[in-house]
Ligand binder design. Structure first.
Ligand code: ADP
Length: 397
């Protein structure tokens, strides 16, 4: 069975066609600048050359059609006809409090995605457009919505409630939702198996460290806490996001610099984090290169990034009254041995010890703790597309 995975942004569309018989990627690609001048599709069939089509894409409907054309193209395609696609799995950012699992799209689901536009103003409208474009291009083929917030829905109320007047929770559903949920669910599930933990009781902390970064605590694969909040801004220091700050910082800077709240949020989302502290780059590798050359702000950016992770791990060990396994995933988590080592060295009080030789690997599923470490520590590559395809398959098979 072949499943198409779609991730729509406001002006982009990423896709992968996965053969679920052996979970292999047949082709993947990206439509860029949808609705903007200079739009193009880059299609990469596995084992064949990249194929680029520069053509106007006024909307996502046209983009989906171009993806279909590329997939069945006699030279660059990977299937004979679109009828080989059994289902489409869509990454949807926000499902509010409605969905704790993926679901086959119908009118009710579309209404919920629409009702959550306020909560995910940049992504949810694009996600819905992507679903409707697929409905139009492939009538009768089921579409599945896989929500980034679904994993966080199992958090207990004490973990998701903000200590602000309760009426805001009641009126507007203001609460912690958590994001990167598809990745956290996938990785924590794989960790339970890989580390041989009790599938019902295993306590796992997943550090998803990419450009966006978040951390989750789960017991038996069910999320009990996670660092991102109402929006992805809360929690860890990220590439360009501040993570946790005292909200009074906003008011102070707004007053001093004559800025609006919206402008301040833009600064906290796009100009803060590693970029904000270092003044160099949002990319961890650039900041580390500057750190190696003795740049003090770059050094402080990396140290703050690590320190926040260490604090959250400590908090989540306390929240779960213990931890069996800690996993590192995403660009930094999978590749950066130094950050993993620095974080784990600060967790010696948990009886954690790292095998420096094992920790040298990149992007590979690997146990990196020593045999006598009291907590298992591992690298567990995330694969959000495969996770979406698996959840889609579960619902349509
Ligand atoms: P996102 O999906 O959130 O955009 P990624 O998971 O791709 O982000 O992670 C991007 C981050 O991973 C960047 O900060 C980048 O520097 C870092 N990264 C990627 N590859 C490596 C590597 N080989 N070594 C260290 N860091 C890396």
């Amino acid at each position: 069975m072949k499943i198409l995975v779609i991730n729509c942004g406001s002006s982009s569309l990423k896709y992968q066609l996965i053969d679920m018989d052996n979970e292999s990627v047949l082709a993947k690609g990206l439509c860029e600048r949808i609705g903007i001048e200079g739009s193009m599709l880059t299609h990469k069939p596995t084992g064949k050359d990249k194929y680029v089509v520069e053509k106007s894409m006024p909307d996502h409907k046209v983009a989906v059609q171009m993806v279909m054309d590329a997939l069945v193209d006699p030279e660059h395609g990977v299937i004979a006809g679109t009828d080989e696609i059994s289902a489409v799995g869509h990454r949807v950012l926000h499902g509010g409090q409605y969905y704790s699992d993926s679901i086959i799209v119908n009118d009710d689901v579309k209404k919920v995605i629409r009702d959550c536009f306020d909560l995910g103003p940049l992504h949810n409208p694009a996600n819905l457009i992507g679903i409707e474009a697929c409905e139009a291009a492939m009538p009768g083929v089921p579409n599945v919505a896989v929500f980034d917030t679904a994993f966080g829905q199992s958090m207990p109320k004490k973990a998701y409630l903000y200590a602000i007047p309760y009426e805001y929770y009641e009126k507007y559903s203001i609460r912690r939702y958590g994001f990167h949920g598809t990745s956290h669910r996938f990785v924590s599930g794989e960790v339970l198996k890989f580390a041989g933990l009790d599938p019902e009781k295993g306590k796992v902390i997943v550090c998803h460290l990419g450009n966006g970064a978040s951390i989750s605590a789960s017991i038996g694969g069910k999320c009990v806490d996670t660092s991102m909040g109402l929006t992805p801004l809360e929690g860890l220091v990220m590439g360009t996001r501040s993570g946790d700050v005292d909200p009074a910082v906003l008011q102070f800077i707004c007053n001093k610099e004559n800025k609006t709240v919206n402008e301040m949020l833009d600064i906290l989302n796009k100009k803060s984090g590693l970029l904000g502290i270092s003044g160099i780059s949002s990319d961890c590798r650039d900041v580390q290169n500057a750190q190696a050359e003795g740049n003090e702000r770059a050094d402080m950016a990396i140290k703050s990034f690590e320190y926040r992770i260490i604090k959250y791990i400590g908090a989540y060990v306390a929240a779960m009254n213990g931890v069996d396994a800690i996993a590192f995933t995403a660009g930094i988590g999978e590749n950066d041995a130094m950050i993993r080592k620095d974080v784990c060295d600060s967790l010696a009080y948990l009886g954690i010890s790292i095998d420096d030789e094992a920790n040298k690997v990149r992007g590979e599923r690997k146990m990196i703790s020593t045999a006598d470490s009291k907590v298992k520590v591992m690298i567990m590559p995330t694969d959000e597309e495969l996770a979406i395809a698996r959840e889609t398959l579960e619902l349509v098979k």
